[in-house]
Design a protein around this ligand. Structure first.
Ligand SMILES: [Zn+2]
Length: 344
């Protein structure tokens, strides 16, 4: 029996509504956190991320189209800056990020605690969390940690590739074979960070530094941009034992997209090799520690199909196709980070 014309029209209307509804479902929702990008150096060098930003992997448009609602801006200070100059450089980078936010007040805002995060979510802006990468910026002066905190910084990456007066780096151990871990001054820094509420990021730290911090810190551990040593034996990647300890201590580990750190099951440059990292950790230690720590603008090459924050929803889809549940995907995309920061 043929449907009558008005029924046919009704069916077309229902089908159209479904298509429109489906399209709405596919629009990026703001549900993604990235624990690490190095875009602050571009900003300090006068390359804004809005408008005609061509040289940055992270741009405002890409953050928006990827549905990023929390982006950590790491202020990486090259070891070529020493002593007072390293401190001045960190201030310059922080100012550059803050200027970018003040240039785009309707689109970005500084997030420093639960209250400002909730305010940010209410407005629909992209929350920006400040980190400083490289403990050498303090030049051994622990009181400067308080100053970073006052400036809104909430994460300190304890070392970069260079060791400093607080701790030994993974790169130093790679070069010398000697792992001194945390120094006595480093122990004082961790105690101060714990009291302040500054999160200590152990990406780039040596393995002994990692264990020393886990032993004395009251806070769960953070690896903001690291990968799995079992899949790629790069000196900077975390061992199975470290990853399991991260889970035991309710820590957080952002997976880095740097091709040099990724496995070679497919091609080291493929997005599949990023997905492998998530799958490996899920099997080893569960999904509660997992997050994204792209390292965009800190890596020259990116995996194919993952060249900016606008592509992060593709990674989530890839994980979905590998059997990750919706709850696991929500946790990895954002909720694990919110739990870690205490903002849920
Ligand atoms: Zn780094």
């Amino acid at each position: 029996m043929k449907p009558r014309p008005f029924l046919k029209a009704l069916m077309i209307l229902i089908v159209s509504a479904n298509i429109l509804w489906g399209a709405g479902e596919n629009m990026p929702k703001k549900t993604i956190c990235d624990l690490h990008c190095d875009t602050a150096i571009n900003l300090a060098d006068g390359r804004g991320i809005g408008g005609a930003a061509k040289k940055s992997q992270v741009t405002l448009e890409k953050l928006k189209s990827g549905g990023i609602d929390l982006q950590v801006f790491a202020c990486w200070v090259s070891p070529k800056y020493r002593h007072r100059k390293a401190w001045e450089r960190s201030r310059q980078l922080i100012s550059a990020v803050k200027k970018e936010m003040s240039d785009h007040p309707d689109e970005m805002m500084l997030v420093r605690d639960r209250k400002s995060w909730q305010e940010c979510r209410g407005t629909g802006k992209i929350g920006i969390l400040l980190a400083v990468e490289g403990g050498h910026v303090l030049d051994g002066d622990i009181s400067l940690l308080d100053s970073l905190y006052e400036q809104g910084v909430r994460i300190l990456t304890l070392t970069w590739n260079n060791s400093n007066r607080f701790a030994c780096s993974a790169y130093s151990v790679h070069k010398t074979g000697i792992d001194k871990g945390l120094t006595p001054l480093g122990r004082k820094l961790i105690a101060r960070a714990d009291r302040l509420g500054m999160h200590i990021d152990l990406s780039h730290s040596s393995e002994k530094t990692f264990w020393d911090v886990l032993e004395i810190s009251r806070r769960p551990p953070l690896l903001s941009h690291s990968c799995v040593n079992f899949l790629n034996g790069h000196f900077r990647n975390a061992s199975d034992k470290q990853i399991k300890a991260m889970a035991d201590k309710k820590g957080l580990m952002g997976i880095n997209f740097c091709p040099a750190f990724l496995g070679d099951k497919y091609k080291p440059k493929s997005a599949e090799s990023v997905a492998d990292q998530f799958e490996y950790i899920k099997e080893l230690a569960g999904t509660n520690i997992l997050a994204i720590g792209s390292d965009f603008d800190g890596i020259r090459e990116t995996p194919e199909g993952l060249d900016g924050p606008d592509k992060l929803p593709h990674l989530v889809q890839m994980l979905r196709s590998r059997g990750f549940s919706q709850k696991e995907l929500d946790d990895i995309s954002l909720n694990n980070a919110l739990r870690y920061f205490g903002w849920q």
